[in-house]
Design a protein around this ligand. Structure first.
Ligand SMILES: [Zn+2]
Length: 263
């Protein structure tokens, strides 16, 4: 059975929430680590600090994998082939997707992979596999971004106010928000069908939905979605930070540190 647009939209929201959760977790860890660094370090604290740092290392790797898988799912939603098992190419059950919206295999194949300890290709290998159309091949990231923005402006149907577009190695990242689902669909079609861009990672929030949620729970959602915090934590930023810090052994330099407490 084919997945309905509504199911797809709901699962997409779930994926975006999971992604947001990972970023928030990092903020908390960053804060803990900072607090630990500011304390006078005694012998037992040294051990605790080492523990906490190695825990953070593991988290970074596991969460980077998780983020990649979420992005792969968002990529597939934009490309129109979300919910298909990568191994047997049959649809993954809606039940399974509800529980694990980023799952890449149906239940049967997942079991087979588990038993044989087989691994799927990394998400980023799949996402960057698609090539740019000839006319855009020689453009740099910034140039491609400009061309895309020009196309959107010429089209005239999409509100650019809160939309942010980043390009990296032929992959187009959509960040920020658009006013409604219809504009999101128009944008995806413009990029994929008209411009022929195959690799789109769609992190767009629907502002209409966000407002709807605020109406229902004014205290809950506002802090997370209403401050523009979301765009500050886009994937570009976070993967740069994490990758760089791994290379140079510098600890995680997040853009918005919690302010230092005043004595
Ligand atoms: Zn399968």
């Amino acid at each position: 059975m084919l997945m309905s647009e509504q199911d797809k939209m709901r699962l997409r929201e779930k994926l975006l929430d999971q992604r947001q959760e990972i970023f928030e977790q990092y903020q908390r860890f960053e804060f803990d680590l900072q607090a630990l660094g500011e304390r006078d370090i005694e012998m037992e604290d040294e051990a605790q600090k080492a523990d906490e740092i190695s825990l953070l290392d593991q988290l970074v790797e596991r969460d980077m994998d998780k983020l990649e898988e979420i992005d792969l799912a968002l990529f597939r939603i934009a490309a129109g082939n979300y919910g298909t098992c990568e191994s047997c190419l049959k649809p993954i059950s809606l039940e399974r997707l509800e529980a694990l919206p980023a799952s890449r295999l149906c239940r049967m194949c997942a079991r087979k992979y588990d038993e044989k300890l087989k691994k799927l290709p990394r998400a980023w290998e799949i996402i960057t596999r698609a090539e740019l159309p000839d006319e855009y091949k020689n453009l740099g990231n910034k140039e491609l971004q400009m061309v895309i923005l020009e196309n959107i402006r010429n089209d005239g149907r999409i509100d650019l106010n809160e939309l942010e577009i980043y390009c990296r190695s032929g992959v187009v990242y959509l960040e920020g928000g658009v006013p409604n689902e219809n504009e999101r669909q128009i944008l995806i079609r413009l990029l994929s069908d008209v411009m022929g861009l195959a690799s789109i990672i769609d992190h767009l929030k629907i502002r209409e939905l966000m407002w709807g949620q605020e109406d229902l729970s004014p205290a809950g959602e506002t802090a997370v979605l209403g401050t523009g915090e979301y765009s500050a934590y886009n994937i570009d930023k976070i993967s740069d930070d994490v990758i760089e810090s791994e290379e140079k052994e510098i600890l995680y330099d997040f853009p918005d540190r919690p302010p230092a407490e005043k004595e």
